[in-house]
Design a protein around this ligand. Structure first.
Ligand code: NAD
Length: 501
């Protein structure tokens, strides 16, 4: 990537005009390049470009937009390896993860929305009154201002950009300032695919200046935000001042409920994969395993054993299961949670120490299992966002489900059982936007993703996301052609009766 050119505005890379920020590979601690951040003026340029592009893009037929998105998928496919390398260098996640999960998942999202663009419809037209025909138009909103986090930079760019532009909107996306690389490639691929200049713009800046300028911009019709609950509330506050629409995908603290009839091996494997995927820096990661008492010891022992077998190391090595976390500062934050839990009397069954020696330059933290924590302690209640799983026992099914719902969050959850009735009950009673039964983590472009409670509202992916990125308009056509409409008699009859008196 060219040094210092990290904005993509109106169909080309441009330099920002803000302060500089070193971009660091968190697995090595070495600087990759220097970013010049976007200022509020750069954000304004990007919003203007998106506003200019809107009339052209929104008036294309769904078929034309669909064709453009199919070409975008092909462009991204041709840059798949480059995207995987950039994603790994900027996040520290394993190259295997970038190649096999992030890149193909994002391209699948483009292909889904290429198809979905042609199925954007309101309900069928009909005569709901004898004298009128009603129909529903689904219309794009205008310029969307989107803000994304650093944990899945490419997938978050796809989740934000695709439903917005498939529905005919134009977009300004602010990726995390730590991970701008793949969003910029995405925008270049859009231009190469023939998507008009200004439809997809990227501003790389920090949250305080560029992020707040984007949310507060008068020409931004909606702010679509993915990130922490605290910043999401700030976004809502700024957008609320001008009554603008928001879409919030926020933090999570997913419960993982294991009933006493479950397959312990499947549950233990699911808990390890589900808690350490992406270094645990996943909003849906399994973080709280509630295990019915008869299975607790067997489950905890097997999870600890599997965690000890996870190969942590150089993200570029094919054998690496767990790369580094996003930064040394974040690694220290994760370690702080575990240290405080230990001091409060919880047991660290495996992991729980910042590795020394050859590891010190990178932001590594090992898979960690904690037992004996109190339900109301911070390690159980707060988002750690690292490869840390807490396991706690429960007695009755009622208690297990109650504990699952006992945090402010509600993004994702899983229940492990071979009893259909227990699974169905868990799926109905757990307050979360996604409940898996006998699995944890898989997502599909066709299915909605979004939160309950403090995890936000609005859906990413799937046809449901169009509801977020469109306005629904009722068009009502009078069909009798008469000058005196029947409903007007409530007005005119009263008037003529008065005159007669
Ligand atoms: P963060 O909230 O710190 O930052 C997210 C984005 O907001 C970044 O681009 C940042 O620059 C920007 N930002 C920061 N302050 C801002 C402000 N005042 N105004 C506007 N923008 C601002 O989150 P993070 O640390 O980058 O990501 C981790 C968080 O994201 C976790 O809480 C995780 O659960 C959440 N997340 C949620 C989902 C989901 O789908 N619900 C998906 C991925 C990550």
């Amino acid at each position: 990537m060219e040094d210092t050119v990290h904005q993509y505005i109106d169909g080309r890379r441009q330099a920002g005009h803000g302060t500089t920020l070193p971009l660091v590979n968190p697995a090595t601690g070495r600087q990759l390049e220097t970013l010049v951040l976007a200022t509020a003026d750069d954000v304004d340029d990007a919003v203007r470009a998106a506003k200019r592009a809107f009339p052209v893009w929104s008036r294309l037929t769904p078929g034309e937009r669909s064709d453009a998105l199919h070409r975008l998928a092909a462009e991204l496919e041709s840059r798949a390896e480059e995207m995987a390398q950039v994603e790994t260098a900027q996040t520290g996640k394993s190259l295997r993860m970038s190649r096999e999960f992030d890149v193909p998942g994002s391209i699948d999202n483009v292909e889904f929305f290429a198809g979905a663009a042609r199925n954007l419809e309101g309900r069928a037209a009909a005569e709901y009154s004898a004298d009128h025909t009603s129909m529903v138009r689904r219309e794009p909103l205008g310029v969307i201002g989107s803000i994304a986090p650093w944990n899945y930079p490419l997938q978050m760019a796809a989740w934000k950009i695709l439903p917005a532009i498939a529905a005919g909107n134009t977009i300004v996306l602010k990726p995390s300032e730590m991970t701008p690389g793949t969003s910029l490639i995405f925008a270049e691929a859009a231009t190469a695919a023939g998507i008009p200049d200004g439809v997809v713009n990227i501003v790389t800046g920090d949250g305080k200046e560029a992020g707040e300028a984007l949310v507060g911009h008068p020409d931004v019709a909606m702010s679509s935000f993915t990130g922490s609950t605290a910043v999401g509330r700030r976004v809502m506050e700024i957008a609320g001042r001008r009554g603008a629409r928001v879409h919030l995908e926020l933090g999570g603290k997913a419960p993982f409920v294991v009933f006493d009839d479950a397959d312990v091996e499947a549950a233990a494997r699911g808990a390890v994969a589900g808690s350490i995927i992406n270094g645990g820096q996943d909003c849906t990661a399994a973080t709280r395993a509630y295990v019915q008492a008869p299975l607790f010891n067997a489950f905890a022992e097997r999870v600890a054993e599997l965690m000890r077998g996870v190969r942590m190391g150089d993200p570029l090595a094919e054998t690496t299961d767990l790369g580094s976390l996003i930064s040394a500062a974040h690694r220290d934050r994760v370690a702080g949670f575990v240290d405080r839990a230990r001091e409060a009397g919880a047991r660290v069954e495996t992991g729980g120490e910042v590795p020394a020696g050859a590891w010190v330059d990178g932001a590594f933290y090992p898979p960690t299992l904690i037992t004996g924590a109190a339900q109301d302690s911070e390690i159980v209640q707060d988002e750690v966002f690292g490869p840390v799983l807490v396991a706690l026992p429960f007695e009755s099914d009622d208690e297990g489900l109650e504990l699952a719902n006992d945090t402010p969050y509600g993004l994702a959850a899983s229940a492990w059982t071979n009893d259909l009735r227990r699974g169905l009950r868990a799926s109905a009673e757990i307050q979360a936007g996604c409940v898996w039964i006998n699995d944890h983590i898989p997502m599909l472009s066709e299915m909605p993703h979004g939160g309950y409670k403090a995890s936000g509202f609005g859906k990413d992916m799937s046809a449901y996301s169009f509801e977020e990125y469109t306005n629904v308009k009722h068009v009502m056509i009078e069909t009798t052609g008469r000058a005196d409409k029947e409903w007007q008699h409530t007005v005119f009859r009263a008037e003529s009766a008065e005159r007669r008196d």
